[in-house]
Design a protein around this ligand. Structure first.
Ligand code: PLP
Length: 399
């Protein structure tokens, strides 16, 4: 029996037995974090490359605005769709960064992009609907879809298509059994790969023609090194775009993100949000609006990631980790470890125990081929990355 089975068996004897829909797999990276924390509690200095979390804090402008709001004393609910000034500021961001006018009425403030997925899936799909996602991909997509009664349909991606879903692959899955939606991320997690504007536009056009609803997870926008990331919102008014302050603005713990929705979805999402959450924490909204003024500071943080990316891609091949998926954006390297192991879970456990570097097994992102891959996050401080390179070299060359 696995630990999970034991928990379920014990719970089965309780009057509060958990529902089947709550039986989603654990997010393995959180388990790795917990194991790393136990090691640290015993005095070890662990380098954290497991979690996709910036080492830097929120921009000073955001922290100042939050401190002033706390001094003010009163923080009430806001409108369910978000503070109008923040919605307007987000719309202005699209003009400044992507050169197109976005109606602030289509912007909805959410509790991180995680909160946005729940609102998007509930407002767009019925229970039983099939929704395509890329494999490898961010695990909560499939777990949230499944817990809401939808059917995640994994589409294996390939090197030849830069690990992105193509129109052909989408239509092949649609022919097997009709799809109601497709979700893509560019830059993607765990691969760091990006879709160019042409590839994104072609996929949106194919999905729209086939009546497949399109969701674009743009949480890693701003963190692009190979070429500028394209927003799906500029290519169509009839797609849902999800974004967050967690990554570029280093605000993971503030739990704030946003969506850009087609007009027809705004009121349904508003009603859902009124009932599910009332509103997003007010202090986080105030901080997020001010965060846009801290872009210079965030560009310096991004330059640190770019340096980490360069150092790791220069040094890891010499340690035997020489096969990465194209690291176009975000802050991840998805590395093939099949020359060392056929069980990336055991491999990651040994790297943590012996080298004190926490990395995430690919199984979190790809239940089949993931056993050959690990994900390394380079969102940490450049000095920590140098230590990680030395430790990984010692570990890998000892094998
Ligand atoms: C691809 C992707 N989407 C969404 C999220 C969720 O982020 P948040 O809820 O903090 O905005 C993450 C977090 O790592 C992610 O990698």
């Amino acid at each position: 029996m696995t630990i999970n089975d034991n928990v379920m068996a014990a719970a089965g004897r309780s009057a509060c037995a958990p529902s089947r829909r709550s039986d989603v797999p654990a997010f393995i990276v959180m388990d790795v974090m917990a194991a790393a924390a136990r090691l640290e509690a015993s005095g070890a200095k662990v380098i954290h490359m497991e979690v996709g979390q910036p080492a830097a804090g929120a921009p000073a402008s955001a922290r100042r605005a939050a401190a002033a709001a706390l001094q003010g004393g009163y923080l009430g609910y806001t409108e369910s769709l978000g503070m109008p000034s923040l919605r307007a500021r987000i719309a202005r961001h699209y003009r400044e960064r992507h050169r197109f006018d976005l109606d602030p009425e289509r912007v909805i403030v959410t509790t991180g992009s995680s909160g946005a997925f729940i609102l998007a899936f509930l407002s767009m799909f019925e229970a039983g609907d099939r929704v395509a996602i890329a494999v490898p991909g961010y695990p909560p997509y499939r777990h949230i879809l499944a817990s809401l009664g939808c059917i995640p349909v994994g589409i294996e991606t390939r090197a030849a298509t830069r690990y992105a879903i193509t129109p052909e692959a989408l239509m092949a899955a649609h022919r097997e059994a009709p799809l109601k939606g497709v979700l893509v991320a560019s830059p993607a997690n765990p691969t760091g790969t990006m879709m160019g504007e042409g590839a994104l536009a072609a996929l949106i056009a194919t999905a729209t023609d086939a009546g497949i609803k399109f969701i674009s997870d743009e949480i890693y926008h701003g963190l692009d090194y190979a070429f500028p990331a394209q927003t799906a919102a500029a290519l169509s008014d009839d797609v849902v775009v999800i974004n967050s302050f967690s990554k570029y603005f280093c605000m993971t713990g503030w739990r704030i993100g946003w969506m850009v929705a087609p007009e027809a979805l705004v009121r349904p999402i508003e009603r859902l949000h009124q009932n599910l959450a009332i509103s997003v924490p007010t202090i986080s909204q105030i901080a997020a609006e001010a965060a846009f003024e801290g872009a210079d500071e965030m560009e310096l943080v991004k330059a640190g990631y770019a340096l980490n990316r360069r150092r790791l891609t220069e040094e890891l091949p010499g340690c035997g980790l020489d096969t990465f998926l194209p690291a176009d954006g975000a802050f991840y390297l998805y590395a093939d470890v099949s020359r060392f192991t056929n069980d990336s879970y055991e491999f990651a456990k040994r790297v943590l125990a012996e080298a004190h570097v926490a990395i995430t097994p690919g199984l979190d992102f790809d239940p089949v081929d993931g056993k050959k891959f690990v994900r390394l996050s380079y969102a940490g401080a450049p000095a920590d990355m140098e230590v990680a390179i030395t430790r990984l070299r010692d570990f890998l060359t000892r094998r």
